[in-house]
Structure formats: structure tokens, C-alpha cells
Design a protein around this ligand. Structure first.
Ligand code: PLP
Length: 663
């Protein structure tokens, strides 16, 4: 199966918005990764050795007058030698065991959301590790904690949030262990901001204009909540010290962070526990977050999907019902690249709904879970920071982005907070997630200690405030090396379409090539196999549903895909080389797709909807392919691993069907 892959948005661009910003050509991108064959081994090795030596000189030059504490003869002692032997033995075993790892770097890996690592991030991380900075605070990380604050600003710029730290309403972002904790931070911040005006009323602070009742106080928009917080802090700052302490303590005593959920809602019987709205395809970290925050999973209301996106009609109806029943809403979550399908929710329409319902007295925040798709925003951003038009972004692609996808990315700047995972499409090592909120002033509510930096509205003041990062984040000690990795990577490859965006564009080109191959595959096997791309991909994940011709039973179709997946999954009992490709699976469920969409797909596959619904077959198992490896289309050798994958599928499905017929 051949496919022309001449479309290459990675070629140097002549348009060059925003002046002489550097552009990453395809040749420059050749230097980005260690490579499937370890092609760039010399570069990485040189960097590691150079900076390890540099670290050693740093140690020696701290107080060069101090003599070495370990004697030069120590290395000859039998105990020393025995220790070293034991160490080597264990490391050899570790190294041998690790050879069973999943080959994420290979273009034969199409499984989960991981690929090769960017050398800038890997080298910066390795360089930083022996310094062991702890980004809990500047005392333990005088350098890398500032880098983490800068990473927050770099990501804010990519997303369209205010990123100038001299602006009072500048965004703020920090790293987390992953998207799960970033989503949890979103819940925590939203609850703090939503409940704060209620606490202010309860404390009877004079001279501030406060909402009329608890319901109104609990339903300010995030923006209005921040304005109130701002007014309160300004009022507090104007009080004499003793008064300031007294009033601060009085308000704190009313905050949900002090009282806990039980006593807070007991004190405000007008208020019900707020719910969180998310599409049914939302990642399970939302369920974890609800449990962790104590709101409970029952308060997570999963909305159905229509055309693989959050059903706006259902969202609208739910919000109307919430207004009617006085059911507060904490957050509406839109997903930018679902984990299972890579689909993109209409973020623009969800923020429209937020604004509309705020006008009707139901205030809530919008959080975007862009753990997967966040970095795709680089393709939508000019080097000068402006948004690219639909036509500009579309250049070089078959159909990406759809109007809806472009509108979703264009609306990111209007949302309240966003999760992005540098360890997914940022091609950085684990664990690097990120949480970014649009207006940093809200963060004061999460501070463990009184956060009395009264608007030092300078860039230095902004950074100084967040040097005690541990106050604001769910974690305590955390790796400064991860911040250094993200910072350096974003400097080497700025987060715009001319640089980092070119890597993301590769993923879309690969996905479009994959989609085209899937259509050809479907035709060429149509006499024996139904092969269907169940819905047009929004981004760089493409699914494939399969069913042998003649079978109408969902459970048999699932068994067929399961057997195929057995050949595509990690199996430590076999030598790695036995695997031709790695892939993953997901399911299609009527709850997520809607009955109409589900029956359309079943009918394309020749499956009888009546056979669906058994205990184990209430869903359809499908193949899922993550197309983020930068070498899926190997220009150097004229090889497409996508073509090869479909050759593999053709061979294996034919063999499996044959097997079926002979039993
Ligand atoms: C991966 C993912 C998460 C969870 O992120 P981790 O980094 O695995 O904690 C959350 N949401 C979405 C949409 C994801 O794809």
C-alpha cells in the first residue's frame, strides 16, 4: 500500500510572521531526538559527559581549599572494590531487565501517549539531576524554581492567557507530577474561589460591596470572585496591622479550607454541594479528584456526547436545570484531546454557556483538560504570540483543523484554567504535568500561609511571590530537574507554529496519512473484513473498528479485535523483537456516542445492534493508534511505518480470519 507523503509542513516557512524569529527547519528537527536508531548518540553523550564534568568542577570550586574527603587510595580497599562490584552487578541486571521496556522511541510504537524524548529536555534534566534542586521553595532551588514560574508563563502564552507578569491579572502556571494532579489543582482552586465570597459575607466585612445572599455569593463568575478578592486584599492592606490580623483571621475562620466541607455547608444551609460537569469521555482523573477533594464522585455529572464531542444541548439543559433547582456548578470541563479518541470539545461554546448562565445568576468556571492536546496549541500561535487564522493553520494538511477545532483553540484564552502534560505531547520525561490559571490572583486563596504580597506589580515581584511554590501546590518537595527540562525545551523550541508547532504538525500529517491508509485498507480487504474509521479524527489519534465479513455478533467482533490486540501489546514473556508493532485498544459505548451514532457504526461493520448489551459486550472494542512518533514517515529512507503497519494488519487479520474458518 503506497501513499504519497509529500505534504510537509516541517519545511522552512517563507511567511515568517513576527519578524526574524528563528524557525525550526526539518534539518533542525533532525537534532531533536536521540532517534529510533540512536542516531544522535554522539550529541547526547557529549552533552552528558560535558555537563557531568562541569558539575564536578562546580563541587571542587566551592571551597577549593577543602581537601578531598575520600582518599585517592580508598578505591583500592577490598571493601570499596566489593561495593563497586556489587553495584555493577546490580546495574547490569537493571540494564538487562530494562531491555524488556516498551520501545516508545520506535515508529513501530503506536500505542499510548508517549514517544521519543526531546534531547533538550533529556539533557537539561540529566544535567540538573546531580544538583538535585527541590522546587518546593527558593531555599532549596534558587535557580529552578524561577524556571518553573517561567514555564508557567511560556505555557500561558501558548494558550492565549495574559503572560506579562507586570499585568495584575497575569496568568500563573506550575508543574505537577502529571495531568491527574493538575486536574485536582483545578478543582481545588475553583472551590476556593467559589466559596470565598460566601466566607467574606459570613465574616461581615464592612465597607465592601458584597453579594446579597449566599446563593449570589456562591455564583459569582471566577472573574467577579477575583475582583472581590482583590478588593478585600486592598481593604485589608489599608488597615492598621492589628486590625489587619484580626480581620484576616475572621475571614479565614469562615473559609471552606478552614471549616471543611461539612461545616461550611452546615453554616450555609441555602447552598448545596456544587457539581462538576464533564463529558462522559473525561479521563478518570476527574473521578479521582472528586474523591480526593471530598466532593464525592456523585457530584461528578458526566454529560453525553454528540458527534464525539460534549453534547451542547445536554450541557444547556443541565445548566438550565441547575439554575431552576438552585444546584451550584463548580466547573464545566471541556476536553482538548480525549485520552481515548483524541477528540476536541467545543471550548468556545462551553465558555459561551458559562457567560450566558452567569448573566442568569449561575456562575461557574470553565477548565480545559488539555493533558493530551494542550501542546497542539503551538500550531495555532504565531511567533509574535498572535493567533493564526483557520486558513493559515490548515496549510499543509488535508482537513485539519476543522472549523470547530480552530474555534476551540481560539477560545482557550477565555477559559479559567487549563491542564497540559509536558510528558505527553511535550515529549519530556515523566513526571511533568502542568496547571495554568488565567488570573494568578486567585492563587492567594490556596496559600498555606497568609499571602501578603500586596500587588507588587513588577515582573520581579511576580516571580518573588511564587518562589515559595510549595505554599500553592498540592505537593511539597518536587523535582527542579523537571522544571529545568521544560524551561530549556521551550527556549530551544519556542511554543509557536514555526518551532514546537512543527513537531505537532508532524503528528497531524501522520494521522492524516494513517486515515488515508485506513480507507485504502478498508477497500482492499472488503471481501473478508469490515474495517472502519468510526469517526473523523480531530487530532492525532485514529481509531479503527474491525469485524470479519459474515459475522453479525458484537461479542465475536470483540474477540477478534482482542486477539489482534494480543499481538500488539506489551508481553514481557516474549523477546521484544517478536513484536512487529505496538498498538492499544479502546471501546465505543452507546453512552458516549449516542444510540444513533452507535448504530451507524455497527451497521457499517455489519454488526447486529441486538447482539450488543451482554455483560461483557455492552461496548465495541476497537484499535486505537497514537500517532506522535516523529519518524512514522521516514523521509531519509522513504519508508512509511504507517504503510508497514497496514501491511501487518492485512497479514494478521487474514491469518486470524483463516484461523476462525478452520475451527
Ligand atoms: C493523560 C490524561 C490525563 C492524566 O494525566 P497523567 O499525566 O497521566 O496524570 C488527564 N486528562 C487527559 C485528557 C489525559 O489524556
Amino acid at each position: 500500500m503506497s501513499q504519497s507523503h509529500s505534504l510537509d509542513p516541517i519545511a522552512p516557512s517563507a511567511t515568517g510572521h513576527g519578524g526574524p524569529a528563528p524557525q525550526a527547519s526539518r534539518q533542525a528537527l533532525d537534532a531533536c531526538f536521540l532517534g529510533p536508531y540512536g542516531e544522535n548518540d554522539t550529541m547526547l553523550e557529549k552533552l552528558v559527559v560535558e555537563f557531568l564534568r562541569d558539575h564536578v568542577y562546580w563541587r571542587r570550586n566551592f571551597h577549593p581549599e577543602d581537601p578531598p574527603a575520600i582518599s585517592t587510595r580508598a578505591a583500592q580497599h577490598p571493601d570499596y572494590l566489593a561495593f563497586e562490584a556489587r553495584l555493577r552487578g546490580e546495574l547490569h541486571q537493571l540494564s538487562a531487565a530494562l531491555k524488556k521496556s516498551v520501545p516508545f522511541h520506535s515508529p513501530r510504537y503506536l500505542g499510548h501517549m508517549v514517544s521519543d524524548l526531546l534531547i533538550p529536555g533529556l539533557a537539561a534534566q540529566m544535567l540538573t539531576l546531580p544538583y538535585n534542586p527541590n522546587n518546593v521553595s527558593e531555599d532549596a532551588a534558587p535557580v529552578t524554581v524561577d524556571m518553573e514560574v517561567q514555564v508557567g508563563l511560556q505555557l500561558a502564552r501558548m494558550l492565549g492567557y495574559p503572560h506579562d507578569p507586570t499585568r495584575v491579572d497575569c496568568a500563573f502556571g506550575h508543574l505537577t507530577s502529571g495531568g491527574t494532579l493538575a486536574n485536582y489543582q483545578a478543582l481545588r482552586l475553583a472551590l476556593a474561589l467559589k466559596s470565598f465570597p460566601v466566607a467574606l459575607r459570613a465574616a461581615r466585612v464592612p465597607e465592601l460591596t458584597l453579594p446579597a445572599d449566599d446563593w449570589a455569593a456562591f455564583n459569582l463568575t471566577p472573574q467577579a470572585g477575583i475582583a472581590l478578592l482583590d478588593g478585600w486584599q486592598a481593604w485589608l492592606a489599608a488597615q492598621p496591622v492589628a486590625e489587619r490580623r484580626r480581620w484576616d483571621a475572621r475571614v479565614r475562620a469562615q473559609q471552606v479550607e478552614q471549616l471543611g466541607l461539612v461545616d461550611f455547608f452546615k453554616a450555609h444551609p441555602q447552598l448545596r454541594v456544587p457539581i462538576v460537569l464533564a463529558p462522559i469521555t473525561a479521563h478518570y482523573s476527574w473521578s479521582k479528584g472528586m474523591k480526593l477533594l471530598g466532593l464525592g464522585r456523585s457530584q461528578l455529572q458526566l454529560l453525553p456526547e454528540r458527534d464525539m464531542r460534549i453534547d451542547l444541548h445536554a450541557l444547556e439543559e443541565t445548566l438550565a436545570a441547575c439554575t431552576r433547582d438552585r444546584q451550584p456548578v463548580l466547573l464545566a470541563v471541556a476536553v482538548l484531546g480525549t485520552t481515548e479518541y483524541g477528540t476536541i470539545d467545543p471550548v468556545d461554546r462551553v465558555v459561551d454557556a458559562r457567560d450566558l448562565h452567569a448573566a442568569h445568576g449561575l456562575g461557574f468556571g470553565v477548565h480545559v483538560d488539555g493533558a493530551w492536546g494542550g501542546y497542539l496549541a503551538t500550531m495555532f500561535r504565531n511567533p509574535d504570540g498572535s493567533l493564526r487564522t483557520l486558513a493559515e493553520v490548515r496549510e499543509g494538511f488535508d482537513s485539519f483543523p476543522s472549523d470547530g477545532v480552530h474555534a476551540a483553540f481560539g477560545a482557550l484564552g477565555r477559559t479559567d484554567s487549563i491542564t497540559v502534560d509536558p510528558h505527553k505531547l511535550g515529549y519530556l520525561p515523566y513526571g511533568a504535568g502542568a496547571f495554568i490559571c488565567r488570573d494568578h490572583r486567585a492563587m492567594a486563596l490556596l496559600a498555606e500561609q497568609a499571602d501578603y504580597v500586596f500587588h507588587d506589580a513588577t515582573a520581579a515581584g511576580y516571580v518573588a511571590r511564587y518562589r515559595s511554590l510549595g505554599q500553592f501546590i498540592p505537593e511539597g518537595s518536587k523535582p527542579g530537574a523537571a522544571a529545568a527540562a521544560a524551561f530549556v525545551t521551550h527556549r530551544v523550541l519556542p511554543l509557536d507554529h514555526a518551532n514546537f508547532g512543527r513537531l505537532q504538525a508532524h503528528t497531524i500529517v501522520s494521522a492524516e496519512a494513517f486515515h488515508a491508509c485506513a480507507r485504502q485498507f478498508s477497500e482492499s480487504v472488503s471481501d473478508r473484513l469490515h474495517a472502519v474509521v468510526p469517526f473523523a479524527p480531530d487530532s492525532n489519534l485514529v481509531c479503527l473498528a474491525l469485524n470479519p465479513v459474515g459475522n453479525t455478533d458484537v461479542s465475536r467482533a470483540n474477540a477478534f479485535v482482542r486477539r489482534l490486540h494480543d499481538e500488539l501489546r506489551c508481553d514481557p514473556s516474549q523477546p521484544l523483537q517478536m513484536k512487529e508493532f505496538f498498538g492499544s485498544v479502546t471501546t465505543l459505548r452507546p453512552e458516549a456516542l449516542g444510540e444513533v451514532e452507535m448504530s451507524r457504526i455497527l451497521s457499517l461493520l455489519g454488526l447486529d445492534p441486538a447482539t450488543m448489551g451482554g455483560e461483557h459486550d455492552d461496548r465495541l472494542l476497537i484499535l486505537r493508534h497514537t500517532l506522535m512518533n516523529p519518524y512514522l514517515i521516514d523521509h531519509e529512507n522513504g519508508i512509511s511505518y504507517i504503510d508497514r503497519y497496514f501491511d501487518f494488519l492485512q497479514r494478521r487479520t487474514t491469518a486470524l480470519i483463516g484461523l476462525d474458518h478452520s475451527t
